[in-house]
Structure formats: C-alpha cells, structure tokens
Design a protein around this ligand. Structure first.
Ligand SMILES: Cc1cc2nc3c(=O)[nH]c(=O)nc-3n(C[C@H](O)[C@H](O)[C@H](O)COP(=O)(O)OP(=O)(O)OC[C@H]3O[C@@H](n4cnc5c(N)ncnc54)[C@H](O)[C@@H]3O)c2cc1C
Length: 441
C-alpha cells in the first residue's frame, strides 16, 4: 500500500537545455532545485514516478537535532530555520511545526547515551532537556506509566511527509523551474570528461550540471559510470491510525514504539530500527562495509527475500540510453508491508497508550531507507565526472535535513559560500583506502 501523498500537476514539455538538471523529486531533489531556482538558475527536475512518492512520503516526519551525528548537526540546526522560512516565503504548507520531540526510557544505558549527547549538544548551543523520572512521568502522562527518565528536545519538530516534497516542487514551479513526473533519467552524456547532457526517457536536456538525488537508486546509477558509491537499503514498515486524542504528545519515542502526529490529526506508528535487509547484488558487493552497522542492529534486522532483486533498484545490469531501464519498470518503489510488524506495532502502541483503543489502523506501508556505511549522506561533485553532483544516502535522516541539504547542494552548484562545512559529506570519502578495495562480483 502506498503512503498518503498529495498529488501535484507538473510540466509536460521537457526543455532542450537547462543550467542544471535535478534527477529525483524527493525532499532532497525538490529543495535543491528550489534553492537553485531562487538564485535565478534555469532548473529542470525529472522524477521517474511521482514527486515525493518514495522515501520522502513514507517516513515519520521527524526533523531533529536530538542525537544527531556531530557532522550532521549543523545542517540539522540550519534546516529547522529553513523549514520555517520556506513557509513564510512561499506560503506553501509542509506541515512543519516546532512541537518538540519527547523520548521516554526505562533503560539506564539509553538514558546515559542521551545524557552524554546532551553534554556535547551544550557545547554547540543546541537545547536538549534531560528529564527526571517525575518529569518523564509528567510529560508522558498519557501512558499512565512510570519512566526512569527521558529527554525533551524543545526546538525540534515535525513536518508532514505527504505534503512536504510536493509543496516544495510547487514553489519551484512558481519560480520558473520545471518539474517532469513520469520521466526517468536513463543516464548522462559527457564531452571532454565533463557532463554535457542528461538523457531521459522523453528526450535529452543539454546541461553542464546535474544533481543526482535519486535516493535508493543512486548507487546503481553511479555504477553505470564506474563510480563507487556504497549504498544499502533497509526496508521498514510503518502504519497510520485515526486520531489519537488531545493528550497525545506530537512526537514520542520509546524503545517499543514511536509515534508522530500527522497533518490530518492521525498518528504514524513504527518500531525504531526494525527492518528487513533484502539480499541483492549491490548488497553483496558492499556487504562488508555495512557489517559494523548490521552487527550493531542485528536484533532488529531480519533477512528478506527476492523483492529487492525484483524491484531493480540495486541491480547489476548496464542500462542503455535508448531502451527502457529498471527505473521505468519500477516507477515507485513500494515494498511489501510486513503484516506481523503492523500487528506488533499497533499492539505495542495500545499497551503503551490505552486511550488509543478508540483508534483504528487507516493505512500501512513500507519504504526502503537508503544508507551509507557511516550513516552520513554523500553530497558533492564527483571527482571522476565533473558536473555530476551526488546527493544521496541520507541514512534515515534526510527528511528533516532536506532544506539544509538542498541549500548546501545549491551552494555547491552555484559556487556560493556553503551553508555548512561540505567536507564531511563529500562522497570521495567512500573511495579512500580507509574503505579498502572491494572486488566487483
Ligand atoms: C520508514 C521510514 C522512516 C523515516 N523516518 C524519517 C524521519 O522521521 N526523519 C527523517 O529525517 N528521515 C526519515 N527517513 C528518511 C527520509 O525519508 C529519507 O532520508 C529522505 O526522504 C530521502 O530523500 P531523497 O530525496 O534523497 O530520496 P527519495 O524520497 O527516495 O527520492 C528519490 C527520488 O528519486 C527518484 N529517482 C530515482 N532515480 C531516478 C532517475 N534515474 N530518474 C528520475 N527519478 C529518479 C525516485 O523515484 C524518488 O522519487 C525515513 C525513511 C523511511 C523509509
């Protein structure tokens, strides 16, 4: 089942040329295109399916600084301001609100981890409040349960996954950018080692610059040009329920289940970290780099079946520019929902918050989270293919930092002063000897 998504009308005629072509209409591609159009660049965005239909509409909607990696934290902080600015300057509704995020726990180890992150957060002026048992019980009173403690992130917030990417795409079109749905980029052409055109199923667009914001498809796209970008997808199941009642916090995380208020008043429920890893040629190729991450999370990960291979996003074939590619056979990655996870998640939610017995399940869906081995995205111009800027591998945090990442991509493309230090994100780090050499098979 597909996640709820606000559908938008887009442009039909592909331009013959553009200053920059953005490949992929998720939150990253739309925000990058928006900020480039704001600078007066002629932008064309091509999306093989529908804007926002893959990860960007399937996530929980958390926009957080809390527990962020130090490399990503500055971008997370800037993004919160940019979410607010976006609505003020465009009038488009993304559902963003700084409602604060609440974490409750009965695990000393988890609480110690949050406390230690809180000490680091203070050094970079990020607000986070550790909660005593009494404070946790008070903030989490809807559960009616005792808690050893918790943490509250007052400046963090949520946005609405069903609306955000479409809202940004609409703002982009108002600035004169064009958006083309049902239009897969099959590949690129080069002249003198530099990008010279993006070839789509509907024709070519001449350009010297392209941003590859293809989410879970990025690594197989890179492979067409012998660019090594280690990426693995983890499939997670999510469900939504009808309204939760006035007492419910807007965003709550516990080890058993997490919940987020949706724009329509319902809630998204999920079990943090729970997922399925489908064996694919790409996974086998990069598996050893992901082993540390899989080992850390092994209790919550299960091996999947052949769906990952059938979906084609982690395939091994070489695409031809004059023939349909796997992206045209799979317009929208819509993996199978795990029914037992839906049942378990809902049961845990009812155990945690008894008033949810009044609710009912309204939808369930799954999504592939595209990850890198170090859990930080790859953003930067490819050294071996000038003009191609990679922006993928957001590792389960790309929605909240979408505005900041999009701004940084626009800075890189237009040569402006970067919003944050771009170096920690550069994809060349995956080529360094620290990652070793992996034989292709
Ligand atoms: C269950 C789940 C929960 C999550 N929770 C959160 C959360 O609470 N907070 C958070 O910050 N993040 C969360 N995430 C992660 C977040 O959703 C992603 O990091 C983010 O949406 C990535 O955006 P994207 O634009 O890179 O990718 P996507 O949204 O996947 O978009 C990529 C787009 O590119 C298109 N595409 C690919 N190749 C081509 C091509 N060749 N030509 C044309 N189009 C192409 C695809 O069709 C797709 O629409 C979650 C993810 C999942 C699945």
């Amino acid at each position: 089942m597909r996640a709820p998504l606000f559908l938008i009308e887009t442009n039909s005629d592909l331009p013959a040329h553009a200053d920059v072509v953005v490949i992929g209409g998720g939150i990253i591609g739309t925000f990058a295109a928006y900020y480039m159009a704001k600078r007066g660049m002629k932008v064309a965005l091509v999306e093989k399916g529908r804007v926002g239909a893959e990860q960007s509409s399937r996530n929980w909607g958390w926009c957080r600084q809390q527990n962020r990696d130090a490399r990503e934290l500055p971008m997370a902080t800037k993004s919160l301001d940019l979410w607010e600015q976006f609505k003020a300057e465009t009038g488009e509704e993304t559902g963003f609100q700084r409602c604060g995020l609440l974490y409750l726990s009965n695990s000393e180890k988890e609480l110690a981890g949050w406390a230690s992150w809180g000490e680091f957060a203070r050094t970079v002026d990020v607000k986070t409040q550790m909660l005593t048992a009494e404070e946790a019980a008070q903030r989490g009173r809807v559960t009616g349960k005792p808690w050893k403690g918790g943490v509250f992130a007052p400046d963090d917030g949520i946005a609405d996954p069903s609306r955000a990417a479409p809202a940004v795409a609409r703002a982009l079109m108002k600035l004169g950018g064009t958006v083309h749905q049902g239009c897969a980029a099959r590949g690129i052409e080069t002249e003198g080692g530099r990008l010279s055109a993006v070839v789509t199923e509907k024709g070519s667009i001449r350009t010297k610059l392209a941003v590859l914001a293809g989410g879970a498809w990025a690594s197989s796209f890179c492979r067409q040009y012998d660019i090594r970008f280690p990426q693995a997808s983890i499939c997670q199941t999510v469900l939504s329920i009808s309204n939760g009642g006035k007492e419910m916090p807007a965003a709550l995380h516990t080890d058993g289940v997490s919940m987020t208020r949706r724009f329509d008043g319902g809630y998204t429920l999920a079990i943090s970290g729970r997922g399925r890893v489908d064996p694919t040629p790409q996974l086998l190729r990069f598996a050893w780099q992901f082993l540390p991450m899989f080992q850390r999370r092994w209790r919550k990960l299960v091996p999947g079946g052949l769906e990952g291979i059938r979906s084609g996003h982690e395939g091994w074939s070489r695409w031809r520019l004059d023939q349909p590619t796997p992206m045209e056979r799979m317009r929208i990655l819509d993996p199978k929902v795990n029914a037992s996870v839906v049942e378990l998640t809902y049961k845990r939610a009812l155990d945690l918050i008894p008033i949810l017995k009044e609710s009912s399940v309204t939808a369930a869906w799954a999504g592939y989270v595209d990850s890198t081995p170090d859990g930080v995205s790859g953003i930067g111009e490819m050294t071996s293919l000038r003009g191609l800027v990679l922006a993928a591998g957001f590792s389960g945090h790309g929605f909240g930092i979408g505005p900041g990442a999009g701004h940084l991509i626009a800075d890189i493309v237009s040569g402006a002063k970067p919003l944050v230090d771009p170096r920690p994100f550069h994809p060349d780090r995956f080529l360094s000897s620290a990652w070793g050499e992996v034989a292709d098979f």
